[in-house]
Write a protein that binds this ligand. Structure first.
Ligand code: SF4
Length: 375
């Protein structure tokens, strides 16, 4: 066992690009916290398991305030053996971070924030329908630093409609000037069913432009490199020693348990996921029934996941590991498919396998899916 993930399915406003599972009604917040606490008790192992990371994600966990987060954290601590040095992250939106809250979260053991800044441009925040302002983003960073937090990350989104190269570079300059220890930077994707998708279909917003997104990605890579950040995963950049332990464990295929609606878990070859419906979830848990489904991952599922996460990481993928785990034949198929990417310089050989070149990084997901083995 490595990590615990808690999904808090509430947000103040619906961001126009978001397709995560959340509700903007907080009416059921108390019963949701009771249900997640009960799910933790129901699924807790009989012998204490060692937990190295805990991650409150969502949704917007910070919207619950310190008391409810403390209730969930206390239940975890009661039923699992949490390493005294465990990384405990709280996803927070800038408008929820006050001095009082930050100090209370620190006192209960939260030691890392992941803050949904998204942009330092007021215009960008407005079309995204974010609940916070640029001023609140800058203030919240001062608040958490004053409260004694040294480990935190901000999310930024690039390649959004109306964002030009200059505006993106200004976002990055601000993040670098603020010496944010960790940056998670994502190219905007337009998901089915979102308000953004509708706006684009109705001609009210421009569609995303992959060439412009590649240009933004290139400046992201070069500016962060110059500022001393390690590009340790395609979308993640850390000052030395500030890499996210929780996310790194996901990418290394380590086991984790997820609690709350829509949360996923992985244990060995079994992946399970809770129902993405707040009412159904609480009803089922209150009736002492888990509201989840599960699947057994096949050998090729596991291989494809290894290729995807390995290529997205700075370490790349390990030839010998593939040979030992999945055999010569599948390794041969992957090597055959790789030739085109090695010839075009998107992949490079390393001492033990292969990794993406600088030129190949923006195409990580496409290259990985070309290498996938189909059953
Ligand atoms: S705050 Fe985060 S989870 Fe909530 S709607 Fe916005 S992007 Fe989605």
């Amino acid at each position: 066992m490595s990590g615990i993930y808690i999904h808090i399915p509430f947000c103040r406003k619906a961001c126009h690009y978001c397709n995560f599972h959340f509700s903007t009604s907080l009416a059921s917040a108390n019963s949701m916290v009771d249900s997640i606490n009960k799910e933790i008790r129901m699924r807790a192992p009989t012998s204490l398991e060692n937990i190295n990371t805990i991650y409150f994600g969502g949704g917007t966990p910070s919207i619950l305030g310190p008391e409810k987060i403390n209730s969930l954290l206390s239940t975890i601590q009661l039923h699992f053996k949490v390493d005294p040095l465990a990384e405990i992250t709280l996803e927070a939106n800038p408008d929820d971070i006050t001095t009082e809250n930050a100090l209370a979260w620190k006192a209960m053991g939260i030691n890392r924030f992941s803050i949904g800044v998204q942009s330092f441009s007021a215009q960008n925040l407005e079309w995204m329908n974010r609940a916070h302002t640029v001023k609140q983003s800058i203030e919240c960073i001062e608040i958490i630093r004053s409260a004694g937090f040294t480990n935190f990350s901000i999310d930024l989104i690039y390649g959004t409609p109306g964002q030009d190269q200059q505006s993106w570079e200004e976002d990055l300059k601000m993040a670098l000037e603020l010496k944010i220890p960790h940056l998670s930077c994502y190219a905007l994707t337009v998901e089915e069913g979102t308000a953004l998708n509708k706006m684009i279909n109705q001609g009210k917003k421009e569609d995303v432009n992959p060439d412009e997104q590649a240009e933004r990605f290139n400046s992201l890579v070069s500016m962060t490199k110059q500022a001393g950040y390690l590009h340790y995963e395609i979308s993640n950049f850390a000052l030395p020693g500030m890499e996210s332990k929780h996310n790194s464990a996901y990418w290394e295929g380590k086991a984790y348990m997820g609690f709350g609606p829509a949360a996923h878990s992985l244990q060995g070859k079994t992946r399970s996921w809770n129902i993405s419906n707040n009412i159904e979830y609480t009803r089922s848990i209150q009736a002492s029934k888990l509201a989840s489904e599960q699947e057994e991952l096949s050998a090729t599922n596991l291989l494809n996941e290894y290729i995807m996460t390995g290529l997205r990481s700075s370490k790349g993928i390990d030839r010998e590991y593939i040979r030992l785990q999945w055999g010569e034949q599948l390794l041969g198929l992957i090597e055959m498919e790789m030739v085109q990417f090695l010839q075009t310089g998107k992949l490079v050989s390393t001492d033990y396998g292969w990794k993406l070149s600088e030129a190949g990084k923006f195409f990580a997901d496409g290259i990985a899916s070309s290498l996938f083995i189909i059953d």
